[in-house]
Design a protein around this ligand. Sequence first.
Ligand SMILES: *[C@@H]1O[C@H](CO)[C@@H](O)[C@H](O)[C@H]1NC(C)=O
Ligand SMILES: *[C@@H]1O[C@H](CO)[C@@H](O)[C@H](O)[C@H]1NC(C)=O
Ligand SMILES: *[C@@H]1O[C@H](CO)[C@@H](O)[C@H](O)[C@H]1NC(C)=O
Ligand SMILES: *[C@@H]1O[C@H](CO)[C@@H](O)[C@H](O)[C@H]1NC(C)=O
Ligand SMILES: *[C@@H]1O[C@H](CO)[C@@H](O)[C@H](O)[C@H]1NC(C)=O
Length: 329
Amino acid sequence: MAFSDFATAGLELRSLARRGLVPIVVFVTAAVSCALLYDTLMTSSLRWPLSSPMGVAVDAAEPADQLEMILRAADMGNKTVILTTLNDAWAEPGSILDLFLESFRIGNGTSQLLNHMVFITMDQKAHERCLSMRGHCFDLNTKGANLSEQKDYNTPDYLNMMWQRLDLQRQVLEKGYNFVSTFQDTDILWFRNPLPHFYAEGDFQVSCDRFFGNATDLENWPSNGFNYVKSNNRTIPFFKYWYSARTKHPNDHDQTVFNYIKHDAFLRELGLTIRFLDTKYINGLCEIRSRDWNAICTMHANCRVGLSSKLSEMRGMLDQWRKYMSTKH
Ligand SMILES: *[C@@H]1O[C@H](CO)[C@@H](O)[C@H](O)[C@H]1NC(C)=O
Ligand SMILES: *[C@@H]1O[C@H](CO)[C@@H](O)[C@H](O)[C@H]1NC(C)=O
Ligand SMILES: *[C@@H]1O[C@H](CO)[C@@H](O)[C@H](O)[C@H]1NC(C)=O
Ligand SMILES: *[C@@H]1O[C@H](CO)[C@@H](O)[C@H](O)[C@H]1NC(C)=O
Ligand SMILES: *[C@@H]1O[C@H](CO)[C@@H](O)[C@H](O)[C@H]1NC(C)=O
């Protein structure tokens, strides 16, 4: 059974954590003193790139501990972080990552959010790029998969990557952290802080390709490229259940499988509350409703195939935002 597999994986992680304990104390101490020294040397106005050299110490810890340390460093103060993934193809200079970062720079009150963002890096090059900009970087490639190329939709490698990410999200929840995830997906531009638009109730909140006006209606078309998940005793079993459903649907990705399981009795019995985020705020190119630039927080360059098409859409959206903002001054 898939559930016992989970239990075994959990035990392994815990024993890794125990074995890594002594080095961690040393590394944390080293990291803290380095950070203090560094902060004293650097100007205090430097907000991004981050001013703390986390990457150096974190690289030497066991994977399970790395995650814990990185989450702690990226915490907003209430055990909430932002997760995103990064691969080589998208981390190239002038590619998607640069447009993604540009949106945080020109967005309204978004630049400080980068301090709470954890980059899940898929390969060595992406990891190096992340470290070079002093981000919070977690190397997913520790499990040995080669995920460096831009994956064609629904190829086995692409699928593996999607499911690995889902599995990592489950680990983040188990460590007690809520997350906003732009997992795919640095192909989402952030123009405003979306956090104020999350529902107070709602364990699992997900963006939509199409939103029909009712946040609780399971017939909305979810897009798992952007979600907000609270860590609690409903979401953790839900993520395990979701991941284990893969065995029944081996050729589908997580989002499709979500649609298969969303009506399952297991979810009702858990009492999991699902909310669909209004495309007025969490927007994307699939949505046909007209765009309200006074409201838009994030903009997903989805429903476009291929890197060059995504890039030109994203550049176009950044231009539209700049134009919109210039009318506001
Ligand atoms: C966590 O803190 C952030 C930043 O202050 C805030 O926007 C968010 O609403 C908080 N989350 C919760 C669940 O209180
Ligand atoms: C930008 O944020 C400030 C502070 O929250 C707000 O007063 C202002 O209206 C915002 N501007 C736009 C264009 O959203
Ligand atoms: C990863 O895969 C790419 C092609 O998909 C290949 O060129 C590269 O050598 C592989 N890297 C490793 C470490 O296997
Ligand atoms: C919204 O959807 C839920 C679930 O399908 C339903 O119970 C509720 O009546 C709907 N609300 C409205 C205002 O249509
Ligand atoms: C979650 O915890 C609450 C309070 O501790 C409890 O009442 C509830 O039954 C638990 N739910 C599940 C699904 O375990």
